[in-house]
Write a protein that binds this ligand. Structure first.
Ligand code: ADP
Ligand code: MG
Length: 268
């Protein structure tokens, strides 16, 4: 990558060939943003849409791992950056591709992060896409701010878990999006209940229904619930997303319903 900073016009022009831009965000870490972003992209891809993923979580760039793409090396010619391709032909860009040792943490201050975001937005050759899914870090810091400011047409998907602390943070995420005039496509309640593997009964480990209530209170659409399911962890760790495999499981069915709602609202 070179040191040129892509300006607003360059970014707009570079993203011209992309239909909808969906930003997956949350107020809190570990709620399942990356899981949602990767599975959403795979599900849209499986429905015949062309989809790319931008991993904008510099401190925890987990998208490549969840897609089984570790160890890739990036190609750049100074002008443009060629994204890496996932197993399903989906273009992916992540800071993980810039760092040779995954154990080395990224230590970048705000201006450096903004410069890298601008390069990702202005110089990555995405090609023609129906959707670009952007995975954000938790909270409302530099990365979220840059993305919201640089892509005025981006739409937010807010992931939350049912506990009160997570809900409080997700309300902040809604307020953040509103302040930046980023439309909120809706809220997803993840880790919402779980089916007991022994008796089949539902267990509300982190309570359930709070996300829907918070969405109603904040006046944003509720996109659906995803159950807590050990298969989600296994698929994330092994680089084989749930939505790229057997779609018969309860978690895959719940995901499919959410993706349908997103497609309806997204306009593509
Ligand atoms: N519905 C779910 N059921 C079980 N585990 C989940 C679920 N959603 C996410 N996880 C797991 O929780 C951890 C954190 O998820 P991740 O997507 O990395 O969150 P975030 O990007 O918000 O930090 C991962 O190990 C992931 O596999
Ligand atoms: Mg993440």
């Amino acid at each position: 990558m070179n040191g040129n900073i892509a300006g607003g016009n360059t970014i707009e022009k570079n993203l011209e060939s992309i239909g909808d831009i969906l930003v997956v965000m949350s107020g809190k870490g570990g709620v399942g943003k990356t899981t949602v972003a990767v599975n959403l992209a795979c599900a849209l891809g499986a429905r015949g849409k062309s989809v790319g993923i931008l991993d904008a979580d510099f401190h925890g760039p987990n998208v490549p791992m969840m897609l089984g793409m570790e160890g890739g090396t990036l190609m750049a010619d100074g002008e443009s950056i060629v994204p890496m391709m996932a197993f399903n032909g989906m273009p992916v860009m992540s800071t993980a591709f810039l760092i040779s040792n995954p154990d080395i943490p990224v230590i970048w201050r705000g201006p450096m992060k903004m410069q890298v975001i601008n390069q990702f937005l202005g110089q990555v050759r995405w090609g023609k896409l129906d959707y670009l899914v952007i995975d954000l870090p938790p909270g409302t810091g530099d990365e979220s701010l840059s993305i919201a400011q640089q892509i005025p047409r981006a739409k937010a998907i807010i992931v939350t878990t049912p506990q009160d602390v997570a809900l409080l943070d997700s309300r902040k995420a809604v307020t953040f999006a509103r302040q930046l005039k980023m439309p909120v496509l809706g809220m997803i309640e993840n880790m919402s209940g779980m089916e007991c593997p022994h008796c089949g009964k539902d267990i509300d480990l982190f309570k359930t229904g709070g996300g829907e209530r918070a969405a109603a209170e904040m006046g944003v659409p509720f996109l659906g619930r995803l159950p807590l399911d050990p298969r989600t962890v296994v698929s994330g760790d092994s680089g084989k997303p749930i939505m790229a495999g057997d779609l018969g499981s309860s978690v895959a069915k719940a995901f499919s319903e959410i993706v349908e709602r997103i497609e309806d609202k997204g306009g593509n």
